[in-house]
Ligand binder design. Structure first.
Ligand code: UDX
Length: 453
């Protein structure tokens, strides 16, 4: 722990699991660097202050209605949050900034999806730095959206999905970022907010490292002319902490189950906190897993299967028929699971956090992206870093079984493990004294200390 800096940082996470985790990990890193940490959080998916007693928490009452909070259209939910959070956030931030009994506020660190934070920070004369929770490669693609739109890649046409995107090889048209919504304009507005509205910030922080995304980071630096800090992987930066920012309670039974399984024998299956599948896809996954006769740990989050509470669509006796080869939970301690010696493969939706967590533990991936940045992440995993296989045909038993066989039993899996082992070494190096993330973090600390609010 470094000497206290006499400065306070205010962090404001977007209240979705994949955004909360990296923001709180970043808060931990900056706390260890000597800053005091204040977290502003919403009532929607509110955080539990007792998990991080060394931070100060302030909640704002954005008062989403019941139907707004239950909105399944992600972009509509984000638009409700943006509309309702602005005023209470401004009020809360103004109070915190004017509190002279506490250390002065050095800056606000916010999520660019909250589009109002720039104007609020500007009006209160607080420098704002942005945490980009996605990868740099994805961010570079977003920055080029106007050109990609001009070139006719959008709306994506079914007949062109497999075509290469020549400006961003090896991406294919189907890999370009997209979030489906009842109104397609909402996605393009979000992209606009994530690119143009962010140029006025005092810098970007990325949860990545130079050796992984050097080209994309260089591209962003060249285009944006604002300080860019690649200080990840966040969860490996700070001394191990047991604090969790999970919104759903993590079922520890999977660790006891993993403890009884042979080394690298288990396929871990999880599609993150937002993705949803239909009942037919759910059953196809279940049968594919059962048919391979491999051990599996499957996270079936309540809400994963549209129209079902949890496991009801499974045929009765399905789990019992596996003779202990399969274990299903609602939510897992994912980082611990991926670090467990029994886990051999991760079947993932390639959210950025899951992708990085898998890289850090050297686990090859079966990639099945759903939305947003996941298609870009998956293409990099399969075609650039070559540490995973992508299910190109959707959820189909035959393809899934083939991918599992190739990764668990064939040479291809071994080769990926070797590449991952080299990447893991690079992770360790970048975090050590003199490494790229280590230096970038020191650069960030100095940058923050140089800001005058
Ligand atoms: C979302 C987007 O989908 C993702 O693409 C974007 O990069 C961030 O926001 P999400 O879908 O939840 O995130 O995926 P991901 O980024 O992988 O984050 C999920 C987090 O939840 C990870 O940190 C993972 O460790 C954690 N998790 C997941 C658990 O703790 N337990 C689980 O059972 C599953």
């Amino acid at each position: 722990m470094e000497q206290r800096k006499g400065r306070r940082l205010i962090l404001f996470p977007l209240p979705l699991q994949g955004h909360i985790n990296p923001m709180l990990e970043l808060a931990n890193i900056l706390y260890f660097k000597g800053f005091s940490i204040t977290i502003i959080h919403t009532n929607f998916n509110s955080l539990n202050p007792s998990t991080h007693p060394h931070f100060t928490f302030h909640s704002i009452s954005e008062n989403l209605s019941e139907s707004e909070a239950a909105e399944k259209d992600l972009l509509l939910l984000l638009s409700h949050l943006n509309a309702k959070c602005c005023l209470p956030f401004r009020k809360c931030l103004a109070t915190l900034v004017s509190d002279v009994s506490k250390e002065p506020v050095a800056c606000l660190i916010s999520d660019p999806v909250f589009d109002f934070t720039q104007s609020v920070a500007e009006s209160l004369k607080i420098p704002r730095i942005l945490l980009r929770t996605g990868g740099a490669s994805f961010t570079a693609v977003l920055s080029a959206f106007p050109i990609l739109q001009e070139k006719g890649y959008f709306p994506k046409q079914d007949s062109r999905l497999e075509e290469p995107v020549t400006e961003f090889l090896p991406l294919r048209v189907k890999d370009l970022p997209m979030i489906n919504s009842s109104d397609p304009k909402r996605f393009f507005k979000l992209v606009h907010d994530l690119t143009y509205e962010t140029k006025a910030s005092y810098g970007f922080i990325f949860n990545t490292f130079e050796d992984l995304e050097q080209h994309a980071l260089a591209k962003i630096r060249k285009e944006l002319h604002i300080p860019i800090f690649a200080i990840g992987p966040f969860h490996k930066c700070v001394p191990v902490t047991t604090s969790t920012s999970s919104l759903i309670s993590q079922d520890q039974s999977c660790i006891s189950w993993l403890n009884t399984q042979p080394s690298k024998s288990v396929i871990y299956v999880s599609f993150g906190s937002i993705a949803a599948i239909n009942e037919a896809q759910f059953l196809e996954i279940a049968w594919a897993l059962a048919n391979t006769k491999q051990r599996f740990l499957w996270v079936v989050r309540p809400g994963l299967v549209q129209g079902s509470e949890w496991l009801e669509p499974l045929p009765s006796g399905f789990l019992e028929s596996l003779n202990g080869m399969g274990h299903i939970v609602k939510w897992a301690p994912q980082k611990e699971v991926l670090a467990h010696q029994a886990v051999g493969v991760f079947w993932t939706h390639n959210g950025w956090n899951s992708t990085l967590e898998s890289i850090c533990e050297g686990v090859p991936m079966i990639c099945f992206p759903f939305s947003a940045d996941q298609m870009v992440n998956a293409r990099y995993v399969s075609d650039v870093w070559k540490i995973g296989l992508q299910l190109e045909l959707g959820i189909q038993r035959g393809e899934i079984e083939r991918a599992i066989r190739r990764l668990m039993m064939e040479k291809q899996g071994e080769e990926m493990r070797e590449r991952l082992s080299k990447l893991k070494d690079k992770v360790n190096l970048c975090l050590r004294q003199g490494g790229s993330s280590y230096q970038s973090l020191n650069g960030l600390v100095n940058h923050i200390l140089s800001l005058e609010s």
